[in-house]
Ligand binder design. Structure first.
Ligand code: C2O
Ligand code: CU
Ligand code: CU
Length: 422
């Protein structure tokens, strides 16, 4: 490619204080600041160097969720940095335009560190994303949105244990980009929202309070082939979607908001400012992802069985052991993994299943074609009880990668395994 550049970042994991509630400081964690983190911007073909520094009083790692890097750079539990340690990592961006994210991954401590505020976004651009003509003015009509839920104690401090439910933390307070009672001002134009479910355990079903539809243009790992019109979209922890809402077509008189259909709560009210921006359009063709005949006919070579709830969670009957390699796979070879969510006596629950170091394609859900808005690159998938999902996955790099449930408390409780790519 002709746009090869060297991009250099420093990312520090820090402790700080954030004024989430007026007049009170809450102790929080953040990257390069007190809460959450910056958006790291890469282009396909870039060489990226990141100086990662642990300024916390506890071990942490820097995991790039969705990024196709080698196991060494991936920031899983084996790449732990002690307090005060730093590490320079370097990789090439070999994947297409997408919205990824980064967060810590220390063994047994991931959930609490993410809960305390460690999460940032990664944008990858490429020639395609720059020529599609989608809204792309950062903060104006192209908006990053990290949805999380937290519980605060009466001193307005983050209270991890108070938020703990049977299957992870479910906070009573919704934050968007770390902001309480957020409001987004938009023009009468098409606006692109990059949604991340950054919660530890909560599912969101995003919907407009008016019931109006919107258009999904991207999944976890890139653009869909064509835009998909939806009334609502469910994202389980760590899933992303890029959606476009056309505010020039909506009646905003009674107030417009994005709500969580799961509980009816208001997540993000919109204020439509009246001015119409430059009109962008949504192209009919955005990508070229296909499932080949060959991929369709590949035998299943990896079976993953998700089971349990609370701290009794397992994968293939086992809990995580850092010394145990569960699977091996050859670099550059596509394999089909079959993931089954085995119900228990209570019926079971949804587990969001994630694999490090690769983007994969969903071949089928219970033997059927996946819904249209899942026919794109994915790194996390929601799996219902008694559901079987087949995926085709290829790793471009070598190393040891985690696969796990992205309910972070399930992951910390051992619902995680390792695949060694060689
Ligand atoms: Cu979001 Cu193991 O990752
Ligand atoms: Cu990950
Ligand atoms: Cu789970």
């Amino acid at each position: 490619s002709d746009n090869e550049e060297e991009v250099v970042y420093t990312v520090r994991a820090q402790e700080g204080e954030t004024e989430i509630f007026d007049g009170t400081n809450t102790k929080t964690y953040g990257y390069n600041g007190s809460f959450l983190g910056p958006v790291l911007q890469f282009e396909e073909g870039d060489t990226v160097k990141i100086r990662t520094i642990n300024e916390l009083d506890e071990e942490t790692t820097f995991h790039w969720h969705g990024l196709e890097v080698s196991g060494e750079e991936d920031g899983g539990p084996h790449n732990s940095l002690k307090p005060g340690e730093e590490e320079l990592i370097e990789f090439e961006v070999t994947q297409e335009a997408s919205t990824l994210w980064f967060h810590p991954h220390p063994e047994g401590k991931t959930s609490e560190q993410v809960y305390n505020g460690l999460a940032g976004l990664i944008y990858i651009e490429d020639d395609n994303s720059k020529s599609l003509g989608l809204p792309n003015e950062y903060g104006k009509n192209d908006i990053p949105l990290i949805f999380q839920d937290k519980t605060f104690d009466d001193q307005k401090q983050l209270n991890y244990s108070a938020a703990m439910n049977d299957d992870g933390t479910i906070g009573d307070t919704s934050l968007v980009n770390g902001t309480l009672n957020p409001k987004l001002t938009v023009g009468k134009e098409k606006v692109r929202l990059r949604l991340l479910n950054g919660s530890n355990a909560r599912n969101y079903t995003f919907k407009l309070n008016t019931g109006d539809s919107f258009v999904q243009v991207a999944t976890d790992g890139g653009f869909l082939n064509k835009p998909v019109t939806l009334d609502e979209i469910t994202l389980t922890p760590s899933e992303r979607a890029e959606i476009i809402i056309d505010f020039s077509q909506l009646n905003s008189e009674d107030g417009l908001a994005l709500i969580n259909e799961e509980d009816g709560s208001i997540l993000l009210p919109f204020e439509v400012s009246g001015q119409s921006g430059e009109d962008s359009s949504i192209p009919e063709e955005m990508n070229d992802i296909s499932i080949t005949e060959e991929e369709m006919n590949l035998p299943v070579t990896k079976n993953v069985e998700l089971f349990g709830m609370m701290d009794m969670v397992t994968i293939n009957g086992k809990k995580f052991d850092p010394e145990r390699i569960d699977f091996t796979q050859d670099q550059g070879v596509t394999e089909v993994w079959e993931i089954y969510n085995k119900p228990d006596m209570m019926g079971g629950m949804i587990h969001p299943f994630h694999i490090h170091g690769a983007q994969f394609k969903i071949l089928s859900r219970n033997g059927e074609e996946p819904p249209e808005n899942e026919r794109g690159w994915k790194d996390s998938i929601s799996i219902e009880p008694d559901e079987t999902v087949k995926i085709a996955i290829q790793f471009k790099q070598k190393g040891v990668y985690m696969f796990h449930c992205h309910i972070l408390e399930h992951e910390d409780n051992g619902m995680m395994g390792q695949v060694k790519v060689e």
